[in-house]
Design a protein around this ligand. Structure first.
Ligand code: SAM
Length: 550
């Protein structure tokens, strides 16, 4: 009655059709074939036409998966299918443990375990940026059934400490493999030592000390410890990999760790929850001030209530770069600020730009000015402008990445949008005052640089500076469409400015906006600086006597 068509490994979709003469209301239960445990269930009504195909998305790509089709009216099994993805759980070598715990689990719990298995071994979610390496000391907070740590065992971690407050799961962990290197504590962790009520949800993944989280089926008292005090008391002297997924106490766990110890951690993976009012910011600040590069999981941003952050200690060459410049004597306040920045929010600038900034920007210091920078990235340069120009500057940032919004603070406002979107730029102009300084340090493509210049130059005050940065992209053919003297590059485009400001003296060149508004254009390596102010038709003079003729 049901015809199996195919399983597409690439799309993770099962394709089938209904060949029976009548409509069929079905429920399909999916099972993971190695441990025979429940994955998920799907209900739908199948029409009679056998040429119409139905698809079901299967999250994981395991080998030996099963789909059981039931008639929803009679609850009769109509068709069982076995189909293969390309990932064999057998390769992971802990089938026995998994089979054993899944056998004891309810269907909801089985689905929960399967979901975590998928995250780790099918999606390889934890391998994005940071991963466990051979010899690592791993701390796994929110151990659950230890699926993450199974991966850590495979990757040859030297020691694993797990924390799991759920008493029912902890009971099953007595069968956990490699007890020679794995030590598991039946404890909740935060920044306090106290007894807490723990709310256990049906599939156990959402269990937490917050009763608001889950439709809990059971609640009981658990012991909670201050994370850092506890690991000290256990003589744990280092953590190479810290995995935190503890349904809401992650903020307190991070709070408990003093900076001097935090700095020594190499890689971190944290799932955050309850991110109301951007609670995550304190955690990110901790990562930044302790020299971590970090990223949100793709597709999630700082506004998400729940999401993942991957962080790793900055690479050795980051420090080497500082070694290279640390002997330099700062020539101005920009350089002084930059050279004393190790470990703070990253500023991404070529070093010689700093001298150019000081040359043109010093007259604006401590004045009530407005500055716009396109390209916020880690917010480091915005901090630099604030520091250099003082308490009266109003700074606007533009970035395409919504996460940049988090760098807003007093004096700094961020707009999210693309610098080559003309409507976005026009609407931006209606929201901000005329600008004294614009720095284009955005995506650096020709189109972006040209559109931004053309839309923003008329939104500047009568004594202002426009800077376009990273003009070397005009010479780079790969990705940027550049090339020496290639038509359409920003360098070629801006060379026309020379003719425009000299249009007074040419019969062929028309008077342009630049003729009447640009006092000077200056090229530096990778940088164009344009001084904007009203220009009157030039006149020449001898010893103070103005001559009428040209
Ligand atoms: C070179 S980084 C900026 C560095 C920052 N100004 C600093 O000095 O630390 C470039 C930034 O431009 C942003 N960007 C890329 N394409 C963009 C676009 N079309 N519109 C706006 N921003 C864009 C990127 O998200 C990135 O944050």
């Amino acid at each position: 009655m049901i015809k199996f068509i195919e399983y597409s490994k690439l799309e993770k979709k099962l394709k089938y059709s209904n060949c029976s003469p009548s409509d069929l209301p079905v429920r399909i239960d999916f099972y993971e074939g190695h441990t025979n445990s429940f994955m998920f269930s799907s209900s739908l009504d199948l029409g009679t036409n056998p040429d119409i195909y139905y698809f079901t998305y299967i999250p994981a790509r395991w080998k030996n998966m099963r789909a059981y089709f039931y008639d929803r009216n009679t609850n009769q099994l109509i068709a069982p299918f076995v189909f293969d993805g390309d990932i064999d759980l057998k390769d992971y070598d802990y089938e026995d443990y998994l089979t054993k715990i899944q056998k004891q689990n309810s269907l909801g719990q089985q689905a929960g375990v399967n979901d975590v298995l998928r995250e780790h071994f099918s999606d390889r979610q934890y391998e994005n940026i940071v991963d466990v390496e051979e010899g690592d000391v791993v701390v796994d907070i929110g151990f659950n059934y230890g699926i993450f740590s199974l991966g850590a065992i495979m990757k040859k971690a030297s020691k694993i400490y797990g924390f799991e407050p759920n008493k029912n799961i902890f009971e099953k962990l007595k069968d956990y493999p490699r007890k020679d290197i794995v030590e598991i504590f039946n404890l909740a962790v935060s920044d306090k030592n106290e007894t807490l009520t723990f709310y256990e949800g049906d599939n156990t993944l959402g269990s937490s000390i917050y009763d608001s989280v889950v439709d809990y089926k059971e609640s009981y008292q658990v012991q909670c410890v201050n994370f850092y005090d506890f690991i000290k008391s256990q003589g744990i002297k280092k953590i190479d990999f810290l995995k935190v997924d503890c349904e809401g106490t992650e903020y307190e766990v991070f709070e408990s760790i003093p900076d001097e110890f935090f700095k020594t951690i190499k890689r971190i993976h944290v799932e955050f929850h309850y991110n109301t009012d951007f609670r995550i910011k304190s955690l990110i600040n901790k990562l930044e001030r302790n020299d971590f590069d970090w990223e949100f999981e793709a597709g999630k941003d700082h506004n998400s209530d729940i999401g993942l952050i991957f962080a790793k200690k900055k690479e050795k060459n980051y420090y080497e770069a500082f070694e290279k410049i640390k002997h330099l004597k700062p020539k101005n306040d920009f350089e002084k600020f930059f050279l004393n920045r190790k470990g703070k929010k990253n500023i991404h600038k070529w070093f010689h730009y700093l001298e150019v900034y000081d040359r043109y920007f010093s007259k604006f210091r401590n004045k009530e000015i407005c500055l716009l920078e396109v390209g916020v990235e880690n917010g480091g340069s915005l901090e630099m402008w604030k520091h250099y120009f003082g308490p009266k500057v109003k700074i606007y940032g533009v970035d395409i990445n919504p996460n940049c919004k988090m760098y807003e603070e007093e004096q700094i406002e961020i707009f999210i949008g693309s610098q080559d979107n003309e409507d976005f730029l026009e609407s931006l102009k209606s929201k901000i005052p005329k600008l004294d300084i614009i720095i284009d340090d955005g995506g650096h493509t020709m189109k972006q640089q040209i559109i931004t210049y053309e839309h923003m130059i008329d939104h500047m005050t009568d004594d202002s500076i426009y800077i376009c940065e990273d003009l070397h992209t005009s010479y780079w053919s790969k990705f940027y469409g550049g090339g020496l003297k290639r038509e359409g590059t920003f360098i070629e485009y801006s060379k026309n400015f020379i003719d425009y400001i000299n249009a007074w003296h040419s019969k062929e060149q028309q008077i342009r906006f630049e003729t009447k508004n640009v006092f000077g254009i200056h090229y530096y390596d990778s940088m164009l600086v344009l001084e904007k102010r009203p220009i009157k038709e030039p006149f020449h003079s001898d010893n103070g006597i103005i001559k009428e003729d040209r």
